[in-house]
Design a protein around this ligand. Structure first.
Ligand code: ATP
Ligand code: MG
Length: 252
């Protein structure tokens, strides 16, 4: 991984300006963003990662943001940059929801935020779908079970504080597995909805089409009827006891 740090003054120039203001930003917007970065203590960006944007490597890209490896002082951090064409007008709401998740030790640690940026803990690892796809050899079954169990425990903790992540039915791109196993991206989360973290994640992992197809090849499929009935019970009463019943049906 090439991780030479590009300092702030170079970020307003080509080719990096197309990342700081993706897909395209005015000079004025770019210079405002640099001022904002200075304020939150960012001293540069390291263009590295497995995703490329205009031939520039980054950690990841979504519809709201582009995530890059960055330095806040001496600390290595992940920086989520609001896309110019994002449907969200600022990052404060996402940051507050992430902070709430952090209260139950879920999500990358929020370090700071501003209108256009979120600074958070850098998670080394792969998206869960890629991790499962590459999983092989002795111990795969135990590793997969432990990983799913950790994800579902996090979901249970989010349910408990009534924070609904909102996108766990598409879990494949919302969990990073590496040194840590971590649910990411709280941009669509809400405290004003009925929480369905455990049920959405379970369905996505065991019943859906994406990840479930890989999971099936490694661990025995749970009894569908029993699973649906235990999920229904949990949905009506999100108690620890009902959650443990779900885990039991899943063989976790
Ligand atoms: N803390 C982090 N550490 C390392 N990589 C990260 C981190 N947060 C996000 N990423 C990477 O960046 C990608 C995009 O991040 P995120 O999902 O938060 O953006 P988004 O714009 O909200 O995406 P989407 O449109 O899918 O909702 C992730 O899929 C992941 O690969
Ligand atoms: Mg998102």
């Amino acid at each position: 991984m090439d991780s030479s740090l590009v300092p702030l003054d170079k970020l307003t120039k080509e080719p990096y300006s197309s990342i700081l203001g993706y897909p395209k930003a005015t000079r004025n917007e770019l210079s405002k963003r640099v001022t904002e970065l200075k304020k939150i203590g960012i001293n540069g960006i390291s263009f590295t990662g497995t995703t490329t944007l205009n031939n520039i490597p980054v950690l990841g890209k979504g519809y709201v943001g582009v995530v890059v490896l960055s330095n806040q002082g001496k600390k290595t951090v992940a920086l989520k940059i609001r896309r110019i064409d994002s449907s969200r007008s600022e990052m404060g709401n996402e940051a507050k929801l992430l902070r709430l998740a952090n209260e139950v030790d879920v999500g990358p640690k929020l370090l700071d935020y501003s209108k256009n940026f979120i600074i958070m803990e850098y998670l080394e690892g792969k998206k869960i779908i890629d991790w499962i796809r590459d999983l092989k050899g002795k111990g795969s079954v135990a590793k997969l079970r432990a990983t799913i169990r950790k994800v579902l425990e996090d979901c249970y903790n989010l349910d408990k504080i009534r924070l609904d992540h909102g996108e766990l039915s598409h879990i494949h791109k919302h969990v990073i597995v590496g040194n840590k196993i971590c649910i990411i991206d709280f941009e669509s989360a809400s405290v004003n909805r009925r929480t369905s973290n455990v049920t959405s994640a379970t369905q996505s992992i065991f019943i859906g089409s994406g990840i479930a197809n890989f999971v099936k090849k490694i661990i025995k499929e749970p009894n569908r009827k029993k699973l649906i009935s235990s999920l229904r019970k949990y949905k009506n009463d999100q108690s620890r006891e009902n959650f443990e019943d779900v885990l039991q049906v899943l063989g976790l």
